[in-house]
Design a protein around this ligand. Structure first.
Ligand SMILES: Nc1ncnc2c1ncn2[C@@H]1O[C@H](COP(=O)(O)OP(=O)(O)O)[C@@H](O)[C@H]1O
Ligand SMILES: Nc1ccn([C@H]2C[C@H](O)[C@@H](COP(=O)(O)OP(=O)(O)O)O2)c(=O)n1
Length: 224
């Protein structure tokens, strides 16, 4: 039922700034599961391409970059070919770039094995756009996490300001809409609300309540 050696996966998919990363990290910590931030791999592909001067519409070159990513995640920091990119990969340029490189089937295929390798005992929580549809279609629990576009833009704005990064609500909101549009309408692994996913709209729900919702759904399916 849980596939691959019976190692369970909780798949959390949804649009940008809906709270996927926050909820996934807290659910993983509560259950002692591993965590896969799949968006990080698309962000790193974009950052590596920009550094190498590769155009973000050159599928063949981007696929090569994705296949050869030299990444190290350690102590909450991320290193790309020996250089720390923790801040660079969270920039607005990397967010938009990630969404652009993610449209290509070659790039997605190159990152597939790396994502599936995160599936290790006792379990995995993965967040992204295609966790439940493509990467872990046999996930034991699938959640579609969302919130209104206005609320999501405000959350991202607050998050950036708190980090000391200057931001403009109008342009953030515009970027977010364009990214959603691209992520939902691409040919390969678009963001969709799967029929077997639980809908979790956090527009007027705290992060604590969202975490409780996912943990309750998990425990209902896996009574100890
Ligand atoms: N339910 C919620 N209510 C209020 N703020 C939230 C909620 N979920 C997440 N946040 C905040 O919104 C911001 C974006 O969340 P994040 O987890 O980075 O989203 P995503 O991974 O979907 O882009 C963070 O600052 C986070 O603390
Ligand atoms: N599983 C995934 C994860 C991310 N992506 C792409 C599409 C997204 O716009 C970018 C960035 O994703 P990420 O989850 O890091 O972005 P947000 O935190 O939701 O703003 O990568 C994808 O295509 N498939």
């Amino acid at each position: 039922m849980n596939g691959q050696g019976g190692i369970p996966v909780i798949a959390i998919d949804g649009p940008s700034a809906s709270g996927k990363g926050t909820v996934a990290a807290r659910v993983a910590a509560a259950l002692g599961f591993h965590l896969l931030d799949s968006g990080a791999l698309y962000r790193l592909t974009a950052v590596a391409a920009i550094k190498a001067g590769v155009a973000l519409d050159d599928e063949a070159a981007l696929t090569q970059i994705a296949a050869g990513l030299d990444v190290r995640f350690a102590d909450g920091a991320t290193w790309l070919a020996g250089e720390e990119v923790s801040d660079a990969m969270r920039s607005e340029a990397a967010s938009v770039g990630a969404s652009k490189v993610a449209v290509f089937g070659g790039v997605r295929a190159a990152l597939l094995g790396r994502q599936r390798a995160f599936r290790q005992a006792p379990g995995l929580v993965g967040d992204g756009r295609d966790m439940g549809s493509v990467v872990f279609p046999d996930a034991a629990l699938k959640v579609f996490l969302t919130a209104s576009v206005e609320i999501r833009a405000e959350r991202r704005y607050k998050q950036l300001i708190e980090k000391g990064v200057s931001a403009n609500l109008e342009s953030l909101s515009q970027d977010l809409r364009e990214r959603d549009e691209r992520d939902r309408n691409r040919a390969h692994a678009p963001l969709v609300q799967l029929p077997d996913a639980l809908l979790l709209d956090t527009s007027s729900m705290s992060a604590d309540a969202a975490v409780r919702f996912v943990l309750d759904a998990w425990r209902e399916r896996n009574p100890q």
